[in-house]
Ligand binder design. Structure first.
Ligand code: HEC
Length: 280
């Protein structure tokens, strides 16, 4: 069912842009607004996904993640409510659109996944090889549940990764170099496939990093991948694209993986996040 677009609603949306900028919104509404405001074959490529978004299975994953976040767990039997995701202990709303960022306590720029691992090991006392920490793929992993919950509390907010700290700027710049660096047997770089509008590989329309209204959907992970019947993370996407380029795998939590995400998040700056999203 296609929602009618009332012009009064569109008018109201323009008037209340400032208010909306701080409000968490349903991912399907965020995507629809982008589609209404931009001509993009990438954004509109799956009518079926758009129709299914209000029933996105990842919404259940986010609910389960909220329960896990608040549950007393691990050897220390405490919740994650003192975990600082960058906006202060326990602040989840709006935290994800401001990652990766520099953390004083570790002296590192961290993405959501590495920060969560840090909190689960230091606050809750989990060992790094405990399945709660180590298992990172698929809907049933604690890590995907927690990431999906935290990310969903940034839906509709503009991507705004901080670049004030020199290391934040350095990581963003390193990510840009990685994005354009050609290597491997096919001499591919990320830019080969992601710097044009409307390019396709078979049925898939590829997002263009230079079109921020497209790129926001591209980096909106965690997302439910219909083809995998699983919720997947940003790190899983990076891994998939390195595999497509026939280059060595990136290691989640490594400076290289985080640098790439620092660059790709900066490229979507100001555009609203669609979380959780639904992908092919
Ligand atoms: C050979 C072409 C190719 C290269 C090179 C490539 N990608 Fe991709 N990328 C794709 C395709 C195809 C998809 C969509 C896959 C799908 O629809 O299942 C995709 C999807 C993505 C997405 C998610 C888009 C969405 O719709 O959710 C991101 C983000 C992304 N790539 C980033 C990168 C990065 C970063 C690199 C370099 C490390 C890279 N890609 C290299 C082809 C490529």
């Amino acid at each position: 069912m296609v929602k009618p677009i009332a012009s009064a609603a569109a008018f109201a949306a323009v008037l209340s842009t400032a208010a909306l900028a701080s409000e968490v919104r349903a991912p399907e509404d965020v995507l629809q607004e982008l589609i209404d405001n931009h001509e993009s074959a990438y954004l509109t490529q799956s009518e079926q996904n758009i129709m299914m978004m209000p029933d996105n299975a990842a919404l259940w994953t986010a609910d389960e993640g909220k329960e896990l976040f608040l549950e007393k767990r691990g050897p220390n039997n405490v919740s994650l409510e003192t975990c600082d995701l960058g906006k202060g202990p326990g602040v989840v709303d709006g935290a994800y659109v401001e990652l990766p960022r520099f953390f004083e306590d570790t002296g590192r720029v961290m993405d959501l996944e590495s920060r969560l691992i840090y909190c689960m090991t230091t606050i809750q006392g989990f060992a790094p090889d405990d399945p709660a920490v180590k298992s990172r793929h698929g809907t049933d992993s604690d890590m995907m549940k927690l990431q999906t919950y935290i990310a969903s509390r940034s839906s509709g907010l503009p991507w705004n990764p901080p670049l004030d700290h020199p290391l934040e700027q350095a990581m963003r710049d390193a990510g840009e170099a990685l994005f354009y660096r050609r290597a491997g047997t096919s001499d591919f770089s990320c830019a080969t496939c992601h710097t044009n509008t409307g390019n396709r590989i078979r049925a898939s329309v590829l997002p263009n990093i230079n079109a921020p209204h497209e790129w926001t959907k591209a980096i909106s992970w965690p997302a439910y991948r219909v083809g995998h019947q699983q919720v997947r993370s940003s790190n899983h996407r990076v891994r998939g694209c390195y595999w497509q380029m026939r280059q060595p795998q990136s290691i989640p939590g490594s400076d290289a993986a985080i640098a790439l995400m620092s660059y790709w998040t900066d490229a979507a700056r100001g555009q609203p996040a669609i979380l959780p999203d639904m992908k092919r």
